[in-house]
Design a binder for this molecule. Sequence first.
Ligand code: FES
Length: 101
Amino acid sequence: MPFYSYHIFCCTNRREPGHTRGCCTEKDAEALRDYMKRQVKTLGIEKTRVNNAGCLDRCELGPCMVIYPEGVWYSCKTKEDIDEVIREHLQGGNIVERLKI
Ligand code: FES
């Protein structure tokens, strides 16, 4: 039995401005990670952990996150995207195809 039901890794890697690959942090990844952590706690979603990650190497598609145990990757660009992942994936058990990368 895994310790967490869901373990979410959010890239918060930062690169210098103008880097050819860009980075998730310049696309608001830290604020979106904070929002997700807050919402998971506020909604009382148990056995779910939201962690920072370094570069996940899909920078151009960011902000990137990956959710285990499924190993599903998402690019969430807004709080509404995060809300949808929480509602559909974490609470509903459904993959959000439109945000999947
Ligand atoms: S900077 Fe986020 S995936 Fe590389």
